[in-house]
Ligand binder design. Structure first.
Ligand SMILES: CC(C)(COP(=O)(O)OP(=O)(O)OC[C@H]1O[C@@H](n2cnc3c(N)ncnc32)[C@H](O)[C@@H]1OP(=O)(O)O)[C@@H](O)C(=O)NCCC(=O)NCCS
Length: 294
């Protein structure tokens, strides 16, 4: 009788099973892969400070979770070490046996050892995660672009396609996760994000990332740059797809002069504090960008 055991996912065989497990448990369209939309968990990309772990039944991987360390731009720009959890999946034949609970708890313990102050995740299984000590927190607003008044004083050319100058611009963004040079490898590996920018390709005046595949469809989830140029981009995206939605924090909308109702504010994610000195209410305005929300 094969035994169940928890282990890291490291061998080529286990890593191949990891990709297949994620492809069959998430709503991945036929012919594409989970890693097309969540490349940060792909072992081929050599992301730093990351752990993939799973429950094995003999040599078969039946459940998985992955966790990585990052830094959040905290209050007064002090970086806060945080862990991001994702790729939580259990094969349909093995659900309801506590395997996801085991992998998530083990990932949290790894994060504690890495000195994370907070573990963050995005998922709809609130009951499961609440039982494991996570709470809904943070703030985001999804605002339909056709509800936004866009003043476009400039006539700027809009170009499409990824270029590395967009990453340099993303590094300057206020709030969210701190982007390091090494993060470029997984950000540019998203296969289903459409990138747009204004201005010269070597120094865009504004940029926007649109859509992703499995999630963030029809959403402008990464954006930044000079407000006038950004409005040009948003107007362009709205004309291209009238149902486009801007994903933002209330603070960002305020800084762009885009009005919203307090009732539009929704929770951003689930998080578990690993530091008794602060509670999640201390992070009331917590925000990260869409692509970081693995
Ligand atoms: C969500 C998912 C990962 C849960 O996996 P799982 O291994 O079945 O999770 P667990 O067994 O730890 O917990 C599931 C439920 O089984 C219950 N359970 C845990 N151990 C149990 C046991 N020994 N006997 C019976 N029930 C048990 C838990 O109470 C839990 O109930 P809750 O949701 O009300 O808290 C799995 O359904 C899945 O892969 N879904 C598709 C992918 C996905 O959506 N992933 C999450 C993205 S963040």
């Amino acid at each position: 009788m094969a035994q169940f055991y928890l282990d890291s996912i490291q061998t080529p065989e286990a890593l191949s099973q990891f990709g297949k497990l994620l492809d069959c448990t998430f709503p991945v369209p036929k012919g594409s892969h989970f890693f097309d939309d969540f490349p940060v968990w792909n072992s081929k990309l050599k992301v730093l400070r990351i752990l993939r772990l799973g429950v094995f039944h003999g040599t078969e991987l039946v459940s998985s979770a992955a966790v990585r360390m990052a830094e959040l731009k905290g209050p007064n720009n002090t970086p806060l070490p945080v862990a991001i959890l994702g790729a939580v999946a259990t094969h349909p034949d093995w659900r309801g046996k506590g395997f996801a609970s085991q992998t998530v708890n083990a990932a949290v313990e790894w994060a504690r050892g890495e000195k994370a102050e907070l573990v963050m995740l995005w998922g709809s299984e609130h009951a499961l995660y609440q039982r494991l000590g996570f709470h809904l927190c943070g703030e985001q607003i999804q605002i339909p672009l056709n509800h936004v008044k866009l003043k476009v004083p400039l006539k700027e050319q809009v170009s499409s396609g990824w270029n590395r100058a967009i990453f340099s611009r993303m590094k300057q963004r206020a709030g969210g996760l701190v982007l390091q040079d090494n993060d470029q490898i997984w950000i540019e590996a998203h296969r289903n994000v459409e990138w747009y920018y204004t201005g010269p390709s070597e120094n865009p005046t504004a940029y926007a990332g649109y859509g992703r595949g499995i999630d963030l469809n029809g959403m402008v989830h990464e954006w930044g740059g000079k407000p006038d140029s950004l409005f040009t981009l948003l107007k362009y995206l709205r004309e291209k797809n009238p149902t486009s939605v801007l994903l933002a924090s209330p603070k960002q909308l305020g800084s762009l002069g885009i009005p919203y109702e307090p009732t539009q504010i929704e929770y951003l994610c689930m998080a578990k504090s690993l530091n008794s000195n602060f509670t999640l209410t201390d992070l009331k305005g917590l925000w990260v960008w869409g692509l970081d929300a693995a």
